[in-house]
Design a protein around this ligand. Sequence first.
Ligand SMILES: Cc1cc2nc3c(=O)[nH]c(=O)nc-3n(C[C@H](O)[C@H](O)[C@H](O)COP(=O)(O)OP(=O)(O)OC[C@H]3O[C@@H](n4cnc5c(N)ncnc54)[C@H](O)[C@@H]3O)c2cc1C
Length: 377
Amino acid sequence: MTRAVYETVVVGAGIVGAACAHELARRGMRVAVVDPDVVGSGASAAGMGHIVVMDDSEAQFALTRYSQRLWQELKPELPETVEYEACGTIWVAADREEMDLVSHKSDHYAKRDVATQVIDAHRLKQLEPNLRNGLAGGLLVPEDAVLYPPCAALFFMKRAQDLGATLRLGVSAIQIAQGRVLLSDGSEIGGEIIVNAIGSKARELTPGIDVKPRKGHLVITDRYPGFVRHQLVELGYLKSAHSSGGDSVAFNVQPRKTGQILIGSSRQYGAEHKEVDQAILARMLDRAGEYVPGLRSLWAIRSWTGFRAATPDKLPMIGPWPGDKSVFVATGHEGLGITTSLGTARILADQITGAKPEIPVEPYLPSRLIKEYAHAE
Ligand SMILES: Cc1cc2nc3c(=O)[nH]c(=O)nc-3n(C[C@H](O)[C@H](O)[C@H](O)COP(=O)(O)OP(=O)(O)OC[C@H]3O[C@@H](n4cnc5c(N)ncnc54)[C@H](O)[C@@H]3O)c2cc1C
C-alpha cells in the first residue's frame, strides 16, 4: 500500500494549526492538515477573539506584540466574516490602588512603544456610559482589537489550501512519531515534520508534554449596538489569569460587530467535562454586573465552555519536541492563542525552515519544560 508523504503534517485545524499550515505553505512546503472536526473548532470556536498585548513577562509581551503587528498588517486582506475591529481595550481601575497599576502599565508600555492613554473617572464614563459610577479610571490601549476566531481559522486554512495544502477532516491522529501519523481510519500519512497543534489535548499525542486543560465559560447576549464600545477588562483580570490555583472569575466584556456583547470570563483547572457549570457562570455574571449593572437586564442567548491549553510557566510551547526529530509542537497558548496564532506560525516556520526569527524563540522552546533537555540546547 502506498502512503502519502508530506514535508509537514499539521495535526489539528484550530486557529494555531491553520495559521501554521498557511505559513508553511506560503514558504513553499508540501503540507497536509488533519482534524476530526471542522476547521476552527476546539478552543478556537470557544474563545473571545481579543487581540491583546499582554505584559506578564517580557516573553509574553514579545509574542503578543509581534502577533498584534502581524494582525494589523493582515487586516486589509481579512474578509468581513473575520469581523476584525480595532476597538481598543480599556483596563478598568476600580480604586486608587488599581490606578497605581494603571500608571505602572502605562509606563511599561510606553517604554516598549505601545500607545496608551491614562483616563480618569470622568473620561471613562464618557467613553463607556454603561460602566457603573464610582470607578477610578483606566488605561486605554487603542491598538488592541477583536475578531471572530473560527472565521479567522477558516481564512488561514483556505489560504493554505489555495497554496496547495491538503486538508483531511473527519479523522484523528492516534499516534505521531518518527515521521509517521497514524490515523483513526487505519490509514497512515508520512511527514518529515509533524506539528502537534491539538491544543489542550496535546498530551494525547505527545506523552510527557506539560499542558493542562483550563476551562473557561462565556455568555453572549442579543444585539445591543453601542452598549459597550471597547473590550473592557478589570485590572483584577491579571490576577485571575495568572493564578495557578483554584477557580476564578473576572470582568471581561467585548462588543461584537453584530451588536452582541460577549461576557467572560472564568478559569478552572480539573474541570474536564464541557457542560456549563451554573455556579461559576452565576459568579461570572455577577462580577460583570458589578461593573456594568445594565448587563443584568439584557437578554443572554447562549452560554458555552472551552478549554485553554495551560503550561506551568504561562508561555506557549513552539518548536521541536526533544526526543523525536520529526515532531514539533505548537500549543500551550492558554488565553492568548487567538492573538498569538500568527506569531506562533511565523516562529514555528522559521525553526522548521532555518530562517532567522524576528523575535527570540528560546522562551517558547518546549525543551525548557523538560528537565532532562532543559540545559542540553
Ligand atoms: C473562554 C475562552 C476565552 C478565550 N479568549 C481568548 C481571547 O480573547 N484572545 C485570545 O488570544 N485567546 C483566547 N482564548 C484562547 C484561545 O481560544 C486558544 O488559545 C486558541 O484557540 C488555541 O488554538 P489551537 O488551535 O491551539 O487549539 P484548538 O482551537 O483547541 O484546536 C485544536 C484542534 O485540534 C483538533 N484535534 C484534537 N485532537 C486531535 C487529534 N487526535 N488529531 C487531529 N486533530 C485533533 C481539534 O478538533 C481542534 O480543531 C480563549 C479561550 C477560552 C477557552
